[in-house]
Ligand binder design. Structure first.
Ligand SMILES: [Fe+2]
Length: 312
């Protein structure tokens, strides 16, 4: 018997099926036991049609090393939802929803758990820990965002906070489901949100676009059945770690975004960001040991390590 190896779970977002698929070779060779798709898993939001979305998924399917990933879990973001920055008012969303489940359902070993939306959760035993992974749907039920007055203003690039409390991020059905989920006993809870939850200081899509919903999420998470907690997000074409003190709890969010769509020209450095943003194409690996969450590493196209973060 060898020394017990820690479990490695990959995660990433923003894969454009029309661009290089090189990174999937590195991911396939990373000895993973799990992969979390955080959204923008394909790009089909320009002139949306069912046929376009189907073609995009089938192209992606040819390059994703399914049999090397281990158990997967997925949610979506706007580009696989079908409309850039889209929400509940996107009229074709049930078409994309059906294709999402056709694509991911067989690999996730589940069929669509709710009649509307792609939110889902699973519990895995990892290194003796009960690990609950909750994938949120921040698209299907999302209300109106408040557009910025002057696009690309730093901190208000597209949106400013909308104080209209009738606008939801998750919708009431998903909120009720999430309340049940966080009451389930677990040692570690991982929350997958396509858009960033606690990252502050930018005006792209984030939970802070609807501040009352962000507060509601953090309050609900504080009331969870006691467990370690980690937030994961995508969407931003950057990688990084964010930290915030909310009440008496410190929340940590890790973003892995840009499987082949990284924003290399970015000069962004946010106020609650820990360490240096990752601006190259990357995927990330979460390492879990018997004692719990150990570290995250980010890796480039060829698998080489770009950055790392260790949990306390
Ligand atoms: Fe996105």
């Amino acid at each position: 018997m060898g020394v017990s190896a820690d479990t490695r779970i990959g995660f990433g977002s923003c894969f454009n099926q029309e661009k290089s698929a090189e990174i999937w070779k590195a991911i396939g060779g990373s000895d993973l036991n799990g992969f979390l798709f955080l959204g923008d898993n394909i790009y089909a939001s320009r002139n949306f049609s069912r046929a376009k979305l189907e073609t995009a998924y089938s192209k992606a399917s040819e390059v994703i090393p399914w049999d090397r990933l281990g158990p997967i879990q997925a949610t979506w973001d706007d580009h696989d939802f079908g409309r850039n920055d889209g929400g509940a008012d996107f009229s074709e969303r049930l078409v994309s929803q059906r294709l999402f489940w056709q694509f991911f359902g067989p690999h996730m070993g589940v069929s669509q758990p709710a009649s509307e939306g792609v939110y889902n959760s699973a519990i895995r035993e990892i290194e003796g820990n009960q690990v609950q992974i909750i994938a949120l749907d921040t698209r299907s039920f999302r209300g109106r965002l408040k557009p910025t007055l002057i696009r690309n203003t730093p901190g208000a690039e597209r949106y400013v906070p909308n104080s209209d409390e009738s606008q939801s991020m998750l919708g009431e059905t998903q909120w009720a489901w999430l309340e049940d989920q966080v009451a389930v006993p677990a040692d570690i809870r991982i929350i997958m949100s396509s858009i960033q939850v606690i990252a502050e200081g930018h005006g792209w899509e984030r939970w802070g676009n609807l501040p009352h919903e962000r507060d509601r999420l953090l309050e609900l998470l504080k009331q969870r059945e006691s467990s370690d907690l980690l937030l994961l997000s995508g969407d931003r074409h950057l990688g990084g770690v964010y930290q915030i003190e909310h009440g008496n709890e410190r929340f940590i969010e890790v973003t892995s975004s840009g499987l082949n769509m990284a924003w290399s020209q970015s000069t962004e450095y946010l106020p609650n960001q820990v360490g240096t943003p990752i601006r190259e194409n990357h995927y990330a690996v979460l390492v879990i040991s018997q004692s719990g969450l150990e570290r995250v590493t980010w890796h480039g196209d060829d698998g080489s390590q770009l950055s790392s973060f260790r949990f306390d």
